[in-house]
Design a protein around this ligand. Structure first.
Ligand SMILES: *[C@@H]1O[C@H](CO)[C@@H](O)[C@H](O)[C@H]1NC(C)=O
Ligand SMILES: *[C@@H]1O[C@H](CO)[C@@H](O)[C@H](O)[C@H]1NC(C)=O
Ligand SMILES: *[C@@H]1O[C@H](CO)[C@@H](O)[C@H](O)[C@H]1NC(C)=O
Ligand SMILES: *[C@@H]1O[C@H](CO)[C@@H](O)[C@H](O)[C@H]1NC(C)=O
Ligand SMILES: *[C@@H]1O[C@H](CO)[C@@H](O)[C@H](O)[C@H]1NC(C)=O
Ligand SMILES: *[C@@H]1O[C@H](CO)[C@@H](O)[C@H](O)[C@H]1NC(C)=O
Length: 275
């Protein structure tokens, strides 16, 4: 089946990313520089931006999974935040934020507003306030290049995936960091919101992303749907750090999960959509 690219970008400019950048360790996903938001070099915006990005790196260095800060006044005020994936990985969080802040300076230099996503972290900044409310734009869809194939019943796969996702959304919305990970019938998933939004908004944001799976990733063994406030990912292998001792299921024993497959083990092989 052919894949076609949807490009609905009206108010965002997307700069095509060259893979030479040493961000692969953290699995670069996407970035978007908001169109028409460039600053002039003689304003205090660039130095305020520098200061916010440095502070975020300090937050990440303290093993925070989430950090936010604003620097400056009036039209030169910069607000920025980062979020790291909610599984046990503070070491990789620090490294990911270091990479993200370096790369976004290069990729979106002179832009007042930008966002960059990696598998393990997200970083964004803007000249407007971006804290504590649900923001579902811009958005990126990434489908794993590998098809489910004929060996697996696609309807069954979709139904299992939907079941897993809604289970994870419920768990995330009732957790302190608005993150959940888990597996079911050989499908592994994570869902996450920035912890500055209310759980009810988190639930709405994540449900919206799950409803986009058929458009994003139909027939694919994996996918990523990314927005500033929430993101989801699923694969047919465990891509997250599993907790050391998962409690055994109370009632019905779940079928044993298959060992990690060799399908897209690095998670790098995605088809991109931005809009
Ligand atoms: C960005 O803005 C410019 C000028 O308004 C416009 O010509 C261009 O098409 C826009 N690009 C995108 C991707 O929206
Ligand atoms: C952010 O910057 C853009 C571009 O200069 C400007 O149009 C917009 O009004 C600014 N927003 C705020 C909240 O200052
Ligand atoms: C900054 O430079 C632009 C031209 O690049 C100029 O129009 C503007 O007046 C300058 N602003 C300040 C505050 O110096
Ligand atoms: C931002 O920081 C970098 C080093 O981290 C420095 O080279 C650059 O001059 C700084 N820019 C501003 C505007 O402060
Ligand atoms: C991040 O660090 C800055 C200081 O570097 C602090 O002001 C801010 O409150 C921190 N943010 C969070 C969410 O901890
Ligand atoms: C997970 O947490 C344990 C104990 O807190 C730590 O020893 C280990 O290095 C962590 N693993 C990762 C990948 O961060």
């Amino acid at each position: 089946m052919d894949y076609f690219l949807i490009w609905l970008s009206v108010s965002y400019s997307v700069i095509l990313y060259s893979p030479l950048i040493a961000a692969q360790q953290f699995e670069y996903r996407s970035h978007i520089c908001t169109n028409d938001s460039t600053y002039t070099a003689n304003s205090s915006y660039p130095s305020n931006l520098n200061a916010t990005l440095s502070s975020l790196y300090e937050n990440a260095s303290r093993s925070d999974d989430f950090g936010s800060i604003s620097v400056g006044q009036n039209s030169d005020r910069v607000s920025a935040l980062f979020l790291c994936r909610g599984d046990n990985s503070s070491e990789s969080c620090r490294g990911c934020i270091k990479t993200a802040r370096e790369e976004i300076k290069i990729l979106c230099s002179n832009y007042k507003e930008a966002i960059i996503w990696y598998d393990r972290c997200m970083l964004r900044y803007s000249n407007r306030s971006i804290f504590s409310f649900k923001d579902e734009w811009p958005r990126a869809w990434l489908g794993n290049k590998n098809d489910i194939g004929n060996d697996i019943d696609q309807n069954q796969f979709n139904s299992n995936l939907g079941g897993l996702m809604f289970q994870l959304i419920s768990r995330a919305a009732s957790s302190s960091n608005l993150f959940a990970m888990g597996d079911r019938n050989g499908i592994f998933g994570t869902v996450q919101c920035t912890p500055d939004i209310p759980p009810s908004d988190c639930r709405i944001c994540l449900s919206g992303r799950v409803s986009e799976i058929p458009s994003c990733c139909s027939g694919k063994v994996g996918g990523n749907v990314l927005t500033p406030s929430c993101s989801i990912r699923f694969e047919t292998y465990p891509f997250y750090t599993a907790p050391p001792a998962p409690p055994p299921p109370a009632s019905s024993p779940s079928p044993t999960t298959p060992p990690p497959t060799s399908l897209n083990p690095s998670g790098m092989d995605f088809i991109h959509y931005h809009f």
